[in-house]
Design a protein around this ligand. Structure first.
Ligand code: 1GP
Length: 245
């Protein structure tokens, strides 16, 4: 069995490798058996599982299925401390640093910590930055936090720097699931010039072109959820395999 901490080391030491993560919302996926072939077709590097609001208890089964069928790391992307699954490869231990809600800065983390310790689940400390995408999103409502305005690049960069200085191991720039407007790639480029930790980007990426723009701007990982849920076909997924390296 591969040591889970080795997987974590490889994730946080990423540099210019143009990785693709597939975010699977357990409530929304109704094509479970097809996931392995679809993931290999797109060259998916990581699975993320979780969501702002889960309606059923399917997450453990989903993680179990993925671990059995696919040799791709499964990372927990928890919406709250209720979503801890012991068998994942690591937890993205998200700190919502764009917001000022103490529950998502430290409260949920305190509730989750004893369970994480008990199960010895590797953690990756993530500075999670919500950026305005034009409309309210589930994550802004559920977290009761205000996203950073998309044109306030100086605030976004300052927030990213603060996350890095606090010791966070990566930054996740989030426009929100299904966002109409993705984050502006110029923001990613600006952060890339300033920060030294890996940068993940997600929210509204629905074409290889948009994915490519983020990679060209310096994103280390692009996260896609909704687009893969909407078009779960091999032919669609294959378009995401070419990362332009
Ligand atoms: C949401 O960034 C992820 O947390 C993915 O967003 O569902 O829009 O791809 P999409």
């Amino acid at each position: 069995m591969i040591d889970r901490s080795n997987k974590v080391r490889s994730i946080i030491s990423l540099k210019d490798e143009r990785r693709l993560a597939w975010l699977i919302d357990p409530d929304k996926v109704d094509f479970l058996e097809k996931i392995p072939d679809l993931a290999y077709a797109a060259g998916v590097d990581y699975f993320l599982v979780g969501g702002s609001l889960l309606k059923n208890a399917f997450m453990k089964d989903l993680v179990h299925f993925l671990k059995q069928k696919v040799n791709i790391p499964v990372l927990l992307f928890p919406g709250s401390s209720l979503q801890i699954v012991p068998t994942v490869d690591a937890i993205l231990f998200l700190c919502l640093i764009s917001g000022r809600n103490p529950d998502f800065l430290i409260g949920q983390h305190v509730l989750a910590a004893p369970l994480i310790y008990h199960y010895q689940i590797p953690t990756i400390s993530v500075g999670y930055i919500l950026i305005d995408s034009g409309k309210p999103t589930s994550v802004s409502y559920i977290s009761q936090t205000m996203p950073i305005p998309a044109n306030k690049v100086d605030i976004i960069v300052a927030t990213g720097l603060a996350g890095q200085y606090l010791g966070m191991q990566m930054l996740y720039l989030e426009a929100g699931s299904g966002a109409e407007n993705t984050i502006n790639a110029a923001i990613v480029a600006e952060l890339k010039q300033t920060l030294s930790i890996p940068i993940w980007v997600g929210g509204g990426v629905d074409s290889p072109k948009k994915m490519q723009e983020f990679f060209n701007a310096g994103a280390d990982v692009v996260v896609i959820g909704t687009a893969f849920e909407k078009s779960p076909t091999i032919s669609f997924m294959q378009h995401f395999k070419d990362r332009g390296i």
